[in-house]
Design a binder for this molecule. Sequence first.
Ligand SMILES: Cc1cc2nc3c(=O)[nH]c(=O)nc-3n(C[C@H](O)[C@H](O)[C@H](O)COP(=O)(O)OP(=O)(O)OC[C@H]3O[C@@H](n4cnc5c(N)ncnc54)[C@H](O)[C@@H]3O)c2cc1C
Length: 383
Amino acid sequence: MSRSVDIVVVGAGPAGLAGALHLKGLGHDVLLVAPAAGPTDERTSALLGGSVQLLERIGAWQAASVESAPLRSLRIADGTKRLFRAPEVIFHADEIGLDAFGHNLPNRALVAALEAVAAGTALARLTGSAASLAVSPDRVTLRLAGGEEVVARLVVAADGRNSLVRNQSGITTREWRYDQSALVLNFRHARPHDETSTEFHTEHGPFTIVPLPGERSSLVWVDRPEETTRRLGLDDAALAGEVEARSASILGRVTIDGRRQAFPLSGMTPNRFVAERVALIGEAAHVFPPIGAQGLNLGYRDVTALGEVLAGASDPGSAALLAAYERARRGDVFLRTTAVDALNRTLLNGFLPVQAMRGLGLFLLDRVPPLRRAVMRQGVAAS
Ligand SMILES: Cc1cc2nc3c(=O)[nH]c(=O)nc-3n(C[C@H](O)[C@H](O)[C@H](O)COP(=O)(O)OP(=O)(O)OC[C@H]3O[C@@H](n4cnc5c(N)ncnc54)[C@H](O)[C@@H]3O)c2cc1C
């Protein structure tokens, strides 16, 4: 027997959970479809103001924020041995009138806070994986791997980078790989981080330290895949030594705190963000390297935009509303994907003029206050 709802959200990662809760909070009839438990995620997310506002609205921020630390300053340091080395640049949130650029917290804590709201508000759920999609002009039928069927007016695809919903709805993608992977871990340190995130630019990618509560920080270390694999195999003491050396001991003695995980770096952009009765959010809609804390923030802007577009709609899957969502998201996603890709490639590019331009850019950012403020505002902008 099939079940009938207005909106089905597929996937219960941080984007899907927030999407389902936000749309339900706006008064829509929502069902969340996801497998029982996702893989463990050791990553943290630096969430900007708009994402925090969304989580506040959903009612998840208070619980999630217990494990978060504010990011009041961002430092970029050149960790390369190149001829043109860029000057160190440090940005302070109060230069643009903000208390903090954002807040960093473990994805595990974020998902737990969202799950607690889902349980407390009795969000309708169906446990299982989406297996196929059949679209007709006025509805879409989603079939799960276990055989259950759901009929809806709109399917929101939040099923991650390899989205089955996206692929089955005929949306094509452009995908690319980088010869890089990211090692992710948390660590304790002897010196305070002073609520400052530090990004060392190296020849093979950024090495980014982001504050956590107390004398703890998270690390995203982008390097060649073989180096990441080697570091994954080190014991904690040896790995801590490498982290301390790469960070030029700015946080003093380092102790690894918890598990480590590796992520191959890739990019994906779909040709459209919607198809007939389908809308994409989160990594189903955009994938790029972890630089400048943009990925999930972009996902939360998808959720906010979808909520705005669907406000008061009697048919949330109508072509006109989906076209409005496409228009609302296209520019923002394209800009962030292009900017992050370009930034990553300038780091990897050893060509002297490119390095000189990068150094000049950072020099100007250091010395020209209006440019600094414009770049800071763009980094935290809502779109
Ligand atoms: C190293 C690293 C660091 C990052 N740091 C930051 C940061 O600081 N700030 C930031 O904003 N972003 C950051 N990002 C990006 C961020 O982690 C992602 O954007 C985010 O995790 C994506 O969430 P999601 O819910 O879209 O996808 P996912 O977390 O992949 O969730 C997808 C869900 O869909 C489910 N699913 C899959 N297939 C099906 C199916 N067929 N049926 C039903 N369910 C299905 C899965 O089980 C999963 O639960 C980082 C990324 C990386 C790699």
